[in-house]
Design a protein around this ligand. Structure first.
Ligand code: 3PG
Length: 307
């Protein structure tokens, strides 16, 4: 009987866990849970005898993989898999997957939660601005970026996007204006929303120069990854440009400094909330469970990310 572990420092909703259990029960698998763990050792102990692992942003590094001697598959229930050491997984013969698109709407909706809060001056009672008519720049036109574009149109915003890996024609085909470069996106948009993954190329790529290209009152929204921001560079810019706002779902390392220096134009959620909806948990969690069953039973490797 295959053993499946859900290891989530930030737990799924109960309905999602029930849905995952329905899938693993139907396959005759044993499901165990490690939630809200505070110590890596708890994870190392819990993975010792499992065949399959479902995680969120939980770090699955070489040490965790080494501790999981029976592990055959790890599924990141979500989009970004920068938390998994893919090379270590490959060298141990462990298949790593994500569940692309399953939590995309949830993250996209939060972009607008942050934006309305931001343009209404954090609900401090003063007159803010509206989103209608503003130009929104979407950096990376993947599943989240496309959902952001769809919702932005409902707000009556102008929408522009840039994606280094998605041709301009595909962006235009989705009814969105394509920028020729990320520089152009920052130069021409009132608001830029980040949807790039954390990769060696994107890490610390958003900072003084790029954000500094934005016009007066520019707003940067980050529901992607902390690592894509050059925190020192952005802080330097925000010191010089007191009109720039930064709204993020991933607290910077320099959160205390940002909160102190940029009060009223910096906001970070206390905990990453983009994918924290019952719907996203259900979609991503059940997809992860199904992908595990398909892999173990039939060798299906769709969504494998460490090929
Ligand atoms: C993702 O990459 O899927 C999102 O950033 C959500 O991450 P989370 O599952 O840790 O909330």
């Amino acid at each position: 009987m295959a053993k499946v572990l859900i290891a989530t420092e930030k737990p799924f909703s109960k309905v999602a866990v029930d849905g995952i259990r329905a899938v693993t029960d139907a396959a005759g698998y044993e499901l165990s849970l490690l939630e809200k763990y505070t110590d890596k050792q708890q994870l190392l102990d819990a993975v010792a005898d499992v065949d399959a692992l479902i995680v969120r942003s939980d770090k699955v590094d070489a040490e965790v993989l080494a501790a999981a001697a029976n592990l055959k598959i790890v599924v990141r229930a979500g989009a970004g898999y920068d938390n998994i050491d893919l090379a270590a997984a490959t060298s141990r013969g462990v298949v790593a997957m994500n569940t692309p698109g399953q939590n995309a709407n949830s993250v996209a909706e939060l972009v607008f939660g942050l934006l309305v809060f931001g343009v209404r001056n954090f609900y401090n009672g003063t007159s803010g601005t509206e989103l209608m008519g503003k130009k929104l720049g979407i950096l990376a036109f993947g599943n989240v970026g496309r959902n952001v574009a769809r919702i932005a149109k409902g707000f009556g915003m102008q929408v522009k996007a840039y994606d280094a890996f998605c041709p301009a024609e595909a962006i235009e085909a989705a009814g969105v204006e394509a920028a020729r470069s990320q520089e152009e996106l920052f130069e021409t948009c009132d608001i830029v929303s980040l949807h790039i993954p954390a990769t060696p190329e994107t890490k610390h790529s958003i900072g003084y120069d790029l954000v500094g290209k934005m016009g007066k009152g520019g707003i940067l929204v980050n529901t992607a990854r902390k690592e894509v921001i050059d925190e020192a560079g952005l802080a330097r810019l925000m010191e010089e440009r007191t009109d720039i706002k930064y709204l993020t779902d991933i607290k910077p390392d320099a959160d205390a400094e940002y909160a102190e220096k940029f009060a009223g134009r910096y906001f970070a959620t206390p905990k990453k909330m983009g994918a924290q909806t019952a719907e996203a948990n259900v979609n991503a969690g059940i997809a992860a469970a199904r992908q595990i069953v398909s892999y173990i039973e039939d060798g299906v490797t769709k969504f494998q990310v460490n090929k």
